[in-house]
Structures are given as structure tokens and as C-alpha cells.
Ligand binder design. Structure first.
Ligand code: NAP
Ligand code: MG
Length: 404
């Protein structure tokens, strides 16, 4: 069989623990037999981040800027325990944080819906896509514990000062920022994504309480919408509206789905986990970072699944869900195909996704999905990590070779 050829390399960013194992198996079972995979490889496994003093993370982000599309495996964000576990010289920063601060942009997360897995909220009939601003706020905030109390000020470039608080005793202080440029690019990528998906978009914040900070987001969204996107939206008969985050949550729960919900960084972080769980699981979610310049980084939304990894290295059987990682690969291959006018690659990406969905909806799945699945006349088969991938391969082969 002739393998599918690629014109431009995909930036491949390897990671840690169970997801690193899955990464390798996906390549061996679902990609290499069909594609002459061309990648620019960066090893962001914690050991190599330590060896390279984390320079490899910045190199990976720069490579995405060079080639336009990357795919990333989940990685450990070290905490004190990890520093000990891996004898790290430093508590290296979150790789996702580093990459996002280099690329800027918005993270779009959408549930992968499967016939047989019903959302916990019965009225949700279509996906709800979260658009999370991936820059600033508390993620690049500064904070300090003030043991003695006292007056704390913010100082500005024009020399003026603002009293944050006069603490009468010990307390904590935090300051955070965002930039007009980043908020504008957030707004533009949200509106462009809505046009692309032909879906309504909501944006929510808390401008009644945060009268300058959150209000700035609201104003920028309104201005960019009315000057740059209003006409295109009305041509497609889709809408934009702003509402308070509390009102948005109430509306989301009662909705039928089928829209994009744009959130500030922290709201998006938390709400995407809530949506993922309510739609099924974090392992059944796609996640892509879209930068204002149009660079794409595809990833799984979940972590490195440490508990499963510890079992794996003890030689025990694992049943780890690989769907989000498969979709990170398929999403990145499709985008690469679109940029290179490579229809065979685009077609392969869709067939891989369909084969994955078909595998689960016909009853074959990893353990985490078993309690969520129910479909008349379908017997559920719980598979281990590797057998699930072989089952997907079986369906992929049918789609590629028989049904042509
Ligand atoms: P996690 O790896 O997402 O796992 C939390 C739990 O969720 C797992 O123990 C497992 O539950 C379940 N789970 C998650 N993904 C699953 C999958 N694909 N298949 C089956 N079950 C799955 O989160 P964490 O334990 O908080 O974090 C572990 C490490 O990942 C940390 O070092 C953290 O820094 C890192 N992390 C990385 C990213 C990223 O790179 N994108 C994101 C989040 C966390 P059961 O144990 O009950 O089976
Ligand atoms: Mg989160």
C-alpha cells in the first residue's frame, strides 16, 4: 500500500506518563501504517525539560510559529512532589502556560459526542464549544503573602498609585493584567471561529463588579463585533451576545447546545471541565489553541493520567481513554492538510475520527466510558488501552480499504 505523503512537517510535542505511552501506540497503530509521517519532534517529557533547562518548550512553541501547526501530548506541570520524584533542579513552569504565552490566542474545546453517551443535562442536543482566552489574568498574575499587614499599593507608569488595601493584619494580595492587544485577538479569533462553525457566540464576564477590568473585555468585544463582524454574522444568520457570567451559566444549563461560549481565562479553565464532565468525560473533548496569527496547537484537554501510568509501569493492565489524543492528531493532520491542499490527508483525518466514534458507538470502549454508555441491543465490551486502539484500527481499515 502507498502511504499518504505530507508536504510540510507537523510540530510533534511529546509529553509524559500514560499519555506518552498512548502517544507512541497511536503512532504505531493508527498513523505510521498509513502516513509517511513528517514531524519536527520536540521531547517535552519532564526529564528532557530538566536536561534542556526547559529551552525545549520555547523551541517547540517557536517551531509552531515556523510551520503553523503542532500537536501536543499532555505534560507534567511540576509541583513540589514532582520536583522530588524527578530530582528536578527547579519547579519548571507549566509547558502549556509557556507555549500559550508565546503563541497567545484562544483555546477552543468541544465535546466529542457519541451515540449511546447521553449528556448529563438531558436538554443538550448539540455540542457547546468553550472558547477560552489563553493569555493573562490570574495565570500570569503576581501575588504575595503579607505577614505583617500594612498598606499595599499598585504603582503605575505615570507615577500615580492606587491603594489596594490597608491590611490590619496578615493577608494575601494579588495583581493581574491583560492587554488590549490580547483581548482584541481573543475577540477576533472567537468571531472568526463562530463564522467558521456557523454557530452563535456568547461572551460572558462580570462587568457589574469588575467595572474597569471585565468591562474592558466587554467593550472590546462589542467594538470589534460591530465594526468588523456584524455584517458577516447577519449574512449567516448567526448572533453574538454578551451576558453576565452568572446569567450565562443559567442559560447554558437550560440550552439545547449548538453555540460557542467565550470565557475569560479562569472561567474557561473551570467551565470547560464542567462541560466536559457533563458531556461525558475530559477524555472525550477536543482542544485547540488558535493564535491571532493563525497558528494551531492541538492537544488533549486531560492530564498525563498518573494513576494509570503507575499501574502500567508495575505491569498491570490499564484501560486509559485515548480518544482526546487521537483527535489531537486527527485535528492537526486535517489542519496541515488544509494548509497544504492535501485532500488525502484531510480525508484520512476524518476517517480516523469516524472510526474512533464508530468503535465506541458499536459498544467497544475503555473502562471510563462503560458506566456512561447505554444503547438498545448493544453489548458493551470494556477494552484495555492497547486493544481499544486495535479495535479503532480495524474500523479504520474497513473505512480505508473496503468501503472506498
Ligand atoms: P489527569 O491526568 O487528567 O487525571 C485525573 C483522573 O481523571 C485520572 O486519574 C483518571 O481517573 C481520569 N482520567 C483523565 N484522563 C483520562 C483518560 N484519558 N482515560 C481515563 N481516565 C482519565 O489529571 P491530574 O491527575 O490532575 O494530573 C496528572 C498530571 O497531568 C499532573 O502532573 C498535571 O500537571 C498534568 N496535567 C497536564 C495537562 C496538560 O498537559 N494538558 C492538563 C492537566 C494536568 P481514575 O484515576 O479515576 O481512573
Ligand atoms: Mg481546568
Amino acid at each position: 500500500m502507498l502511504k499518504i505523503q505530507m508536504k510540510t512537517p507537523l510540530v510533534e510535542i511529546d509529553g509524559d506518563e500514560m499519555t506518552r505511552i498512548i502517544w507512541d501506540k497511536i503512532k504505531k497503530i493508527l498513523l505510521n501504517p498509513y502516513i509517511d509521517l513528517k514531524t519536527d519532534y520536540y521531547d517535552l517529557g519532564i526529564e528532557n525539560r530538566e536536561i534542556t533547562k526547559d529551552i525545549v518548550t520555547k523551541q517547540a512553541a517557536e517551531a509552531i510559529k515556523k510551520y503553523g501547526v503542532g500537536v501536543k501530548c499532555a505534560t507534567i506541570t511540576p509541583n513540589a512532589e514532582r520536583v522530588k520524584e524527578y530530582s528536578l533542579s527547579q519547579m519548571w513552569k507549566s509547558p502549556n502556560g509557556t507555549i500559550r504565552s508565546i503563541l497567545d490566542g484562544t483555546v477552543f474545546r468541544a465535546p466529542i459526542m457519541i451515540d449511546g453517551i447521553k449528556p448529563i443535562i438531558p436538554c443538550w442536543q448539540q455540542p457547546i464549544i468553550i472558547a477560552r482566552h489563553a493569555y493573562g489574568d490570574v495565570y500570569s498574575g503576581v501575588e504575595k503573602y503579607v505577614p505583617e499587614g500594612g498598606k499595599v499599593y499598585l504603582k503605575f507608569p505615570d507615577g500615580s498609585e492606587l491603594l489596594v488595601k490597608e491590611l490590619s493584619s496578615s493577608g494575601v494580595i494579588q495583581a493581574m493584567h491583560n492587554s488590549d492587544a490580547s483581548i482584541k485577538s481573543f475577540a477576533r479569533s472567537c468571531f472568526n471561529f463562530a463564522l467558521d462553525k456557523k454557530m452563535d457566540i456568547w461572551f460572558s464576564a462580570k462587568d457589574t463588579i469588575s467595572k474597569i477590568y471585565d468591562h474592558r473585555f466587554k467593550d472590546i468585544f462589542e467594538e470589534i463585533f460591530s465594526t468588523e463582524f456584524k455584517e458577516a454574522f447577519s449574512e449567516l444568520n448567526i448572533n453574538y451576545f454578551y451576558t453576565l457570567i452568572d446569567d450565562a451559566i443559567a442559560r447554558v444549563i437550560r440550552s439545547k447546545g449548538g453555540f460557542i461560549w467565550a470565557c475569560k481565562n479562569y472561567d474557561g479553565d473551570v467551565m470547560s471541565d464542567m462541560l466536559a464532565t457533563a458531556f461525558g468525560s475530559l477524555a472525550m473533548m477536543t482542544s485547540v489553541l488558535v493564535s491571532p496569527e493563525g497558528y494551531y496547537e492541538f492537544e488533549a484537554a486531560h492530564g498525563t493520567v498518573t494513576r494509570h501510568y503507575y499501574n502500567y509501569i508495575k505491569g498491570m493492565e490499564t484501560s486509559t481513554n485515548s480518544v482526546a489524543t487521537i483527535f489531537a492528531w486527527s485535528g492537526s493532520l486535517r489542519k496541515r492538510g488544509q494548509l497544504d491542499n492535501n485532500n488525502t490527508l484531510i480525508d484520512f483525518a476524518s476517517k480516523l475520527e469516524n472510526a474512533t466514534i464508530e468503535t465506541i458507538s458499536s459498544g467497544y470502549m475503555t473502562k471510563d466510558l462503560v458506566p456512561l454508555f447505554s444503547k438498545d441491543d448493544i453489548k458493551v465490551v470494556s477494552l484495555n488501552t492497547i486493544d481499544f486502539l486495535y479495535k479503532v484500527q480495524e474500523n479504520l481499515n474497513k473505512a480505508l480499504f473496503v468501503m472506498k
